[in-house]
Design a protein around this ligand. Structure first.
Ligand code: TXA
Ligand code: MG
Length: 325
């Protein structure tokens, strides 16, 4: 079973494990990540193995400094501005690989681009102490709910990994926003912790949703973030045996009929809702309800990322189909 250690005790063993080519679960400001040395093919292969992740789905490279980022990738002017503004923080940039990069091709699944981000806090400290970038997807079995606490990681992957560094509940609660700049356009490949409106306002340009025709964030599987229970969106009533994920002060008429109720944010605050999303999905799933009914959530601001995750949690579980972009 994995050891769960507080951050101050976790740094040294985490470095030791990573240097041996193994994986370690670490907190980031978004969700917990399953981290390994991005330059070591066997270590990266372990990430795919532990998660049961399809090999066509590339990983995000986490860097500790701008110098390290520039060794990995080539920045255009707009991406540079975004990085300066939002790093360290919940923004991932898809960029062309630098010619002399040292990232193992398994990380990018052979693409000529690489997704890069600079995490806050412990992650950044770990990378800079190690002196090498880390590949780190969310620390959950592929397709399942992303973890926002050390215990959630241990519940899912505890038998397969040695160490979870415990940084408490993550602050943002949903994954980073993925942006790709190209052909004069700023594209958001995945909504996340930084809203499209914020990016658009900062740059003074519109942000385009989705890839440019082909699927550009190959990990955007239709079914993802899935609990055992099925998920029913925009519920206006509670049906027999359902658990209810509420949002905001309004209460649907027969809410009391629910097997269990958790409110993502009684005040209707989207930031609070994002921070609670995965933990509440997991908790309601734990009640054994066959279905989790979800009240309507506005899609503005962070609501776009919430909606994206919930739509995938509610998608048919045939595993492989992709949401057309
Ligand atoms: O907040 C986060 O980003 C978390 C924490 C742990 O950092 N990580 C995370 O990683 O969400 P993961 O592997 O669950 O999601 C990575 C996403 C996938 O949708 C993948 O397809 C996309 O990034 N991606 C990776 N490389 C890409 C590339 N070169 N082009 C387009 N999309 C890419
Ligand atoms: Mg993930």
């Amino acid at each position: 079973m994995a050891r769960i250690l507080p951050l101050e005790d976790a740094l040294a063993p985490a470095i030791e494990i990573i240097e041996l080519g193994e994986v370690v679960a670490i907190p980031t400001e978004t969700v917990y990540g399953l981290a390994a040395d991005a330059t070591n093919g066997e270590a990266v292969a372990r990430i795919f193995e532990v998660k049961g992740r399809p090999r066509f789905n590339p990983l995000i490279v986490h860097v500790g400094s701008f110098d390290m980022a520039r060794e990995v990738a080539v920045f255009d002017e707009i991406s540079e501005r975004l990085a300066q503004k939002y790093w360290p923080g919940p923004l991932t940039l898809v960029l062309p690989l630098n010619e002399n990069h040292c990232i193992h091709p398994l990380v990018t699944t052979g693409l000529e681009t690489v997704a890069v981000r600079m995490p806050m806090g412990f992650g950044q400290q770990l990378i800079n102490t190690l002196g090498r970038p880390l590949a780190a997807p969310s620390a959950n079995s592929s397709g399942r709910i992303s973890p926002t606490s050390a215990q959630a990681v241990a519940d899912d992957l505890g038998s397969k990994i040695e160490l979870v560094a415990d940084g408490g509940r993550t602050q943002v609660g949903v994954e980073s926003t993925i942006i790709k700049v190209g052909d004069g356009e700023v594209r958001m490949l995945r909504p996340g912790g930084i809203t499209a409106d914020e990016v658009s306002e900062f740059l003074g340009v519109d942000v385009v949703r989705g890839g440019s025709g082909s699927i550009e964030a190959p990990g955007m599987l239709a079914s993802h973030y899935a609990p055992d229970a099925s998920v029913r969106l925009d519920a206006q009533e509670v049906r027999d045996g359902e658990a209810l994920m509420a949002f905001g002060p309004r209460r649907i008429a027969n809410a009391a009929a629910a097997k269990a109720i958790l409110n993502l944010s009684p005040d209707g605050n989207l930031r609070e809702a994002a921070a609670n999303l995965y933990a509440y999905l997991k908790a309601l799933d734990g009640t054994g309800a066959a279905t989790i009914a979800v009240e309507p959530i506005p899609v503005d601001g962070l609501g776009e990322a919430l909606r994206d995750r919930l739509v995938r949690a509610a998608a048919p579980r045939d595993g492989g189909s992709l949401i057309p972009q």
